[in-house]
Design a protein around this ligand. Structure first.
Ligand code: ZN
Length: 625
């Protein structure tokens, strides 16, 4: 049973008359059954062309620090009538993603702009879509939510979900939250594909975590499309000492040879590829696998203790570009990463214990996480429990970085994999799954047979390998193993995740100036009083952890004087500290000598809660000193 979705109380973001988004009417398509969502449609009809290429081996990994820069208009922006919601029934190649992002700027140019936070080692842009109101004010002064997806190369569904968030904000899709009003107060930084090189290779069907360097060592296989069919799958070769055999009821499925297995045909299984400098012996592998989600500085350990960690924290150019962006944007108050492991909503810790989270923060984490779980039909769990034998310790992981280093409520949404798609619950998957068990192998093959149009599995077929002789090529395209079904993506994951992020953002801390008055207390002398308060849903520090880190600047307030006015008080600026929501306001007072009717302005700033500004004209009367 899916969890019931509770309705929210009336939102302050929805205008009374119910503002209609610029794309209120979109082209027809499948209607979402998600209870909090208006109907949606499919976007421009991209082909599902894939882009097989040979793995190109080592490439430079330590380039210049990437610099964010605006991209010149490509001239490819589409008119509004041509743009629609992103696809949730296919995966995006880099070119298709680039085209869609540029296209969004056409009808929605007042609320989004595309830039690149850096360039990948293979020369692709790390696209960042900034979604906010661009018609006035400084977007970098607004509290901001950042989303990154596809850090793991095969987990391409995160791109679709990120684009869904952008679309929902731009097209004002929610029925009860006016996202266009929200965009006047909050900025969204959406990075739909932080690892475009990895994703592009993953879409060939080959094996890759985040980056894989197939080293050109003698007699070692490097991944390549041997039979020229445009995809990279597996090769099986009959060997008396092979460790694999075909499943008795379905010879497409390869299962591990049991101890004592002597009868039958046995195979060696390799990834599809060519052998570098072959010597005729059985080939091996020489690859270095990078896991960008072990490359964060929190609890980072070297490769021998944490495979995939990289040479040092943020050593990978894509991760360093992300870090450079985040550390230069102290307005960020929320962060989420999209992944495609067995379905779950993950919160910290990713190593250590839940006791490492401050109690006040843990309560909010659980409240927020439960809401995410409810909206996505997933289960909330701390990352340390996301394993068959918990607790685990993921070192150098983003969740601990987000909370422990940045003091943010960091979430990951694991959108689901092929096992979930074929009907397995995450609890059962984690409890039972060790290795590639026949039960699961059979279920995912059934799922494949029910969805032949998705072309997830390539039937084994004989190929004359230029180096190995006769082999069979076939097997799973690896990326299909680690993405959700289109049905759950469309009905729950993408709309639910988007909804969660929008609700979180709508709860942002919000500075407000009230009771501002400038009253004459003696001839030409005015007493200025004001309150600065937080009328949002988070404290201005967001987490207690952020207080412990001592990295946040205090909320400040200052009095801005017109020409000719003289401040009689000693201080013009006040450091207020951090403000809890609706808990206490800071009461401020200045004395000024100026002309009657002069306009004075109070300006308050917070790194994570934005800016508030209010002006008042000096008025006569009131009590004498
Ligand atoms: Zn992942």
């Amino acid at each position: 049973m899916r969890a019931p979705i509770g309705r929210l109380p009336p939102s302050p973001w929805r205008t009374p008359e119910g503002e209609v988004g610029p794309c209120g009417s979109v082209r027809g398509g499948p209607t979402s059954r998600h209870p909090l969502r208006a109907s949606r449609s499919c976007g421009p009809s991209f082909t599902s062309a894939q882009c097989a290429r040979q793995s190109e081996g080592p490439h430079p990994r330590h380039g210049e620090p990437p610099v964010r820069r605006a991209m010149p208009s490509s001239g490819r922006a589409l008119p509004m009538s041509e743009i629609a919601a992103p696809h949730l029934d296919r995966w995006y190649t880099y070119d298709q993603l680039t085209e869609y992002l540029h296209a969004l700027e056409g009808p929605f140019g007042q609320r989004c702009r595309l830039s690149s936070i850096g360039t990948s080692p293979e020369g692709r842009e790390l696209w960042m879509m900034e979604v906010t109101d661009l018609t006035g004010g400084d977007p970098e002064q607004r509290p901001a939510y950042i989303v990154q997806a596809n850090i793991h190369a095969k987990e391409v569904a995160g791109t679709n979900s990120s684009l869904t968030l952008a679309w929902d904000l731009l097209a004002n899709t929610p029925e009860d939250i006016d996202t266009h009003a929200l965009l006047r107060e909050v900025t969204f930084y959406i990075i739909p594909r932080i690892n475009p090189d990895g994703a592009e290779f993953a879409l060939t069907g080959g094996e890759i975590r985040s980056r894989r360097e197939d080293l050109r060592e003698p007699n070692c296989i490097y991944q390549a499309d041997v039979d020229g069919d445009g995809v990279i799958v597996d090769m099986r070769v009959e060997r008396p000492d092979g460790g694999w055999k075909a499943a008795p009821d379905d010879p497409r499925i390869m299962i591990a040879r049991e101890p004592g297995d002597r009868e039958g045909t046995f195979y060696a299984v390799y990834t599809e590829g060519l052998v570098h400098d072959p010597d005729g012996c059985d080939p091996g592998y020489a690859a270095r696998s990078h896991d960008f989600n072990r490359n964060w500085p929190a609890n980072w350990h070297q490769e021998h203790e944490q495979p995939g960690a990289g040479d040092y924290p943020f050593s990978e150019p894509e991760m360093r570009a992300f870090a450079d962006f985040v550390y230069s944007h102290p307005n960020i108050f929320g962060v989420l990463g999209f992944h495609c492991g067995s379905s779950a909503v993950l919160m910290p810790p990713s190593a250590g214990s839940v006791d490492d989270i401050l109690p006040a923060d843990l309560r909010v984490f659980e409240e927020l996480g439960q809401r995410a779980a409810e909206l996505t039909d997933l289960k909330l769990m701390p990352t340390i429990n996301y394993a068959s034998k918990p607790p685990i310790a993921l070192k150098g992981h983003s969740a601990d970085w987000g909370y422990q280093h940045m003091g943010l409520f960091h979430f990951e949404i694991e959108q689901g994999n092929i096992y979930n798609a074929s009907g397995t619950k995450t609890e059962d998957f984690l409890a039972e799954y060790e290795g590639f068990k026949l039960k699961y192998a059979t279920e995912i093959m059934r799922y494949h047979d029910e969805h032949p149009e998705q072309e997830m599995f390539v039937d084994w077929h004989e190929v004359e390998h230029p180096q190995l002789g006769r082999v069979e090529v076939g097997g799973w395209k690896k990326y299909w193993m680690i993405n959700p079904s289109f049905e759950t993506l469309r009905e729950w994951i993408a709309p639910g995740s988007s909804r969660f992020i929008i609700e979180y953002a709508a709860r942002h801390a919000r500075l407000e100036i009230s009771d501002l008055d400038a009253e004459e207390v003696a001839g030409g002398i005015y007493r200025v009083r004001a309150r600065v308060m937080n009328s949002g849903g988070f404290p201005t520090n967001i987490t207690q952890r952020a207080m412990a880190l001592r990295s946040l600047k205090p909320v400040t307030a200052e009095l801005v004087l017109p020409e000719g006015a003289e401040l009689l008080s000693q201080k013009r600026h006040f450091a207020i500290g951090q403000l809890a929501p609706h808990a206490r306001s800071a009461q401020l007072e200045w004395f000024v000598r100026c002309e009657p009717g002069a306009e004075l302005t109070v300006l308050a700033r917070s790194q994570r809660a934005g800016v508030a500004e209010q002006s008042v004209a000096c008025r006569s009367g009131g009590a004498a000193l």
